[in-house]
Design a protein around this ligand. Structure first.
Ligand code: TYM
Length: 347
C-alpha cells in the first residue's frame, strides 16, 4: 500500500452540508487526477466540522453522504485510502502536539477564520485552532502533494511553517508538503455574487450549484446567473466578473480551454452562453448524481469501506505520531507496561 516510488498525496474535505461545484473543481476533480499518479489518502474531516454550530445527527449522515460522493466522483477504494478523520485518533493528538509550534499571531491572520467568525455570536476556540488540526492531517502522512482549491492556500502555508518549525526545534521529522492547485477553476465564484467564492456555508441556494442538484435545478441556476453589463463573453479573471467565472466553469465541465470557449461564444448573447454553460454542467454532474444515489443506498458497504480506509491510514499515521512524541521528549508509554509485567505476581 505504501509505495515509495510514488509521491504521497493527502487531502481533506469537510462533511458539512451539500458539496458544491466549487468543491468539485478544487477538490474532487483533483483527487481523482492525483489518485492516478500518487499514493493517495483522502480524509473526511469530521473533526473540523464541529468548529461551527452543527447538528450531531446531520454529521453522521453527511459523513456517509461524503463517502458516497468521493466514490461517485471517481475515487477507487483499491487505489486510494478514503477514511474519516475521527476514526484515526492520531489526528486529534497531533493537533495538540503541533499547537506547541504554531504561532498564535499567524492563526489570527487566517482569512477563513475572519470570514467564518464574522457576525457570529459564539465563536469556538476550535474555529481559531482549526489550521493546526489541518497541519497535523497533512504532516502525519509525510505528504508530498496536497490537492486543494485557492481558498486553502493560506492554511497550507501555515502547515509548511509548522513542519519547518518542528523540524528545526525537535529534529527532522516531517516532509514539507507542496500544494497542487487547478490551473483553471481554483476559485469558483458564487453565481449571484461573483465577487464571493461559491461556498456551502456562505452562498445562497441560487448562488451555489450543488453536485447532487437535479438537472432542472442546475439549468435554472445558470439561467439566472449574474453576468457583466455590455462586455460580451470575454475572459478577465482580475475583474472577478460573472462571465469569467462562467467561462472557467464551462472549461472545468468540458475540459476545453478558455481560449477555445471564447472563440465559440465570443459573439454569442449572454442568454445562449449561459444556457450552454448550464448544459455542460448538467452533462458533468448527472452521471455523478446517479452513481451517488446507488452508492449512498448501501450504508453498510460505505461503513465497511471507511473501516478499511481507517485501518490503512492508522498504519501510516501512527508511526509518525510515535516519532513526534519521542522527539518532543515524552517518556515512552511502553516503559510503564514493561515495569508492570516485571512485578512479582500478587503485589
Ligand atoms: P472544504 O471542505 O471547505 O473544501 C474541500 C475542497 O474544495 C475546495 N473548494 C473550492 N475550490 C474551488 N472553488 C471553490 N469555490 C471552492 N470551495 C471549496 C477547497 O479548497 C478544498 O480543497 N480545511 C479544508 C479541509 C481540510 C484539508 C485538510 C484539506 C482539512 N484538513 C488537509 C487539505 C489537507 C476545508 O475546509 O475544505
Amino acid at each position: 500500500m505504501t509505495d515509495n516510488s510514488k509521491p504521497r498525496v493527502f487531502s481533506g474535505i469537510q462533511p458539512t452540508g451539500k458539496k458544491t461545484l466549487g468543491n468539485y473543481s478544487g477538490g474532487f476533480r483533483q483527487y481523482v487526477q492525483t489518485q492516478a499518479t500518487g499514493d493517495a489518502f483522502f480524509c473526511i474531516v469530521d473533526l473540523h466540522s464541529i468548529t461551527v454550530d452543527y447538528d450531531p445527527a446531520d454529521l453522521r449522515e453527511s459523513t456517509l453522504d461524503l463517502a458516497a460522493l468521493l466514490f461517485a466522483t471517481g475515487l477507487d477504494s483499491e487505489k486510494s485510502t478514503v477514511f474519516a478523520q475521527s476514526h484515526v485518533s492520531a489526528h486529534a493528538e497531533a493537533a495538540w502536539l503541533l499547537s506547541a509550534v504554531t504561532s498564535y499571531g499567524q492563526l489570527g491572520r487566517m482569512t477563513q477564520f475572519k470570514d467564518k467568525s464574522e457576525g457570529r455570536e459564539f465563536i469556538s476556540a476550535g474555529l481559531f485552532t482549526y489550521p493546526v488540526l489541518m497541519a497535523g492531517d497533512i504532516l502525519l502522512y509525510q505528504t508530498d502533494l496536497v490537492p486543494i482549491g485557492d481558498d486553502q492556500r493560506q492554511h497550507l502555508e501555515l502547515a509548511r511553517d509548522v513542519a519547518e518549525r518542528f523540524n528545526f526545534r525537535f529534529g527532522e521529522t516531517f516532509r514539507v508538503p507542496s500544494g497542487v492547485f487547478p490551473e483553471v477553476g481554483g476559485r469558483i465564484m458564487d453565481l449571484q455574487e461573483p465577487t464571493k467564492k461559491m461556498s456551502t456555508t456562505l452562498s445562497s441556494e441560487q448562488g451555489a450549484v450543488y453536485i447532487t442538484d437535479t438537472p432542472d435545478a442546475i439549468r435554472k441556476k445558470f439561467k439566472s446567473a449574474v453576468t457583466d453589463s455590455e462586455r460580451g463573453v470575454r475572459y478577465d479573471p482580475e475583474a472577478k466578473a460573472g462571465v469569467s467565472n462562467l467561462l472557467e466553469i464551462m472549461s472545468v465541465a468540458t475540459g476545453r480551454s478558455i481560449d477555445d470557449l471564447q472563440a465559440e461564444f465570443g459573439d454569442a448573447g449572454y442568454g445562449t452562453f449561459k444556457e450552454a454553460v448550464g448544459e455542460s454542467v448538467v452533462e458533468l454532474l448527472a452521471p455523478i448524481r446517479e452513481r451517488f444515489e446507488a452508492l449512498r443506498a448501501d450504508e453498510r458497504e460505505l461503513q465497511r469501506l471507511l473501516a478499511v480506509g481507517a485501518e490503512k491510514a492508522r498504519r501510516v499515521a501512527d508511526p509518525t505520531l510515535e516519532q513526534m512524541y519521542d522527539r518532543m521528549g515524552f517518556a515512552k508509554a511502553t516503559a510503564g507496561r514493561l515495569f508492570g509485567a516485571a512485578r512479582p505476581r500478587g503485589l
